[in-house]
Design a protein. Structure first.
Length: 145
């Protein structure tokens, strides 16, 4: 293997020497996470690591308060799709929105299913967590890529 400081070292050699993990990002991931060429080149990337087994009960041990939802949850999937929390009504139904696309997502505390609707047309679909994971983009009357 070539030394990382060697001008003839390949990118792969430099990555290995620095213990860097690489990942290929899709265009949707870059857009959803608001990554720009400048932020990637500057190294200003925070990985969306799996949070399924996270334990926030003792923040003093790590010094980190992780407020991300578990990775295997509707909340994590809605964040991935660009929605943000809006409100919870008296019955416990959460509303999440993407104002730019005109999307409203609602689900109850069980987190079993989510109803995603176009706010202009009120057309909607109710999806399970497994089905939401397969969604790569939501097109509406407001915005269609």
């Amino acid at each position: 293997m070539a030394d990382e400081n060697n001008e003839n070292a390949t990118t792969a050699d430099k990555i290995t020497a620095n213990s860097v993990t690489t990942a290929k990002l899709t265009a949707d991931a870059v857009t959803a996470d608001k990554l720009t060429v400048d932020s990637v080149q500057a190294g200003n990337i925070t990985a969306l690591a799996g949070t399924a087994g996270k334990d926030d009960s003792d923040v003093s041990a790590s010094g980190v308060l992780d407020l991300r939802p578990p990775s295997a949850s509707l909340k994590a999937e809605l964040c991935r799709l660009g929605l943000e929390y809006s409100s919870t009504d008296a019955a416990g139904v959460e509303s999440w929105r993407d104002y730019q696309r005109g999307v409203l997502a609602t689900f109850d505390g069980t987190g079993a299913n989510v109803t995603i609707a176009d706010v202009k047309t009120n057309l909607s679909a109710t999806l399970s967590l497994a089905e939401v994971r397969k969604v790569t983009r939501i097109d509406t009357m407001t915005t269609a890529d």
